[in-house]
Design a protein around this ligand. Structure first.
Ligand code: ZN
Length: 87
């Protein structure tokens, strides 16, 4: 698996990871990737901050449109950081 495939996979599963919807093995894989990959670790920090804000406004989850926008934004950030072509 190439590195940016792993990054996209990690980011696309970030919400499941944060919502504890992944099984142990998958959660460990994401955790290991975040540990080893700075762009994804940064993205994870952004996501955690966003969730804290959303929580404060009493919503359980970000609305789907906001979720999509954030995931798209984070995904393109990672791709640019790694100097790859945007998808
Ligand atoms: Zn990564």
């Amino acid at each position: 698996m190439s590195e940016d495939r792993e990054c996209l996979n990690a980011i696309q599963r970030l919400y499941e990871f944060l919502d504890h919807e992944l099984d142990e093995a998958d959660a460990d894989a994401i955790r290991a990737h975040l540990d080893a990959c700075e762009p994804c670790f940064d993205a994870f920090g952004v996501e955690e901050a966003l969730r804290a804000i959303v929580k404060r406004s009493c919503a359980a989850k970000a609305p789907d449109t906001l979720r999509m926008r954030v995931v798209t934004h984070i995904s393109s950030t990672v791709i640019y950081t790694q100097g790859d072509q945007p998808v």
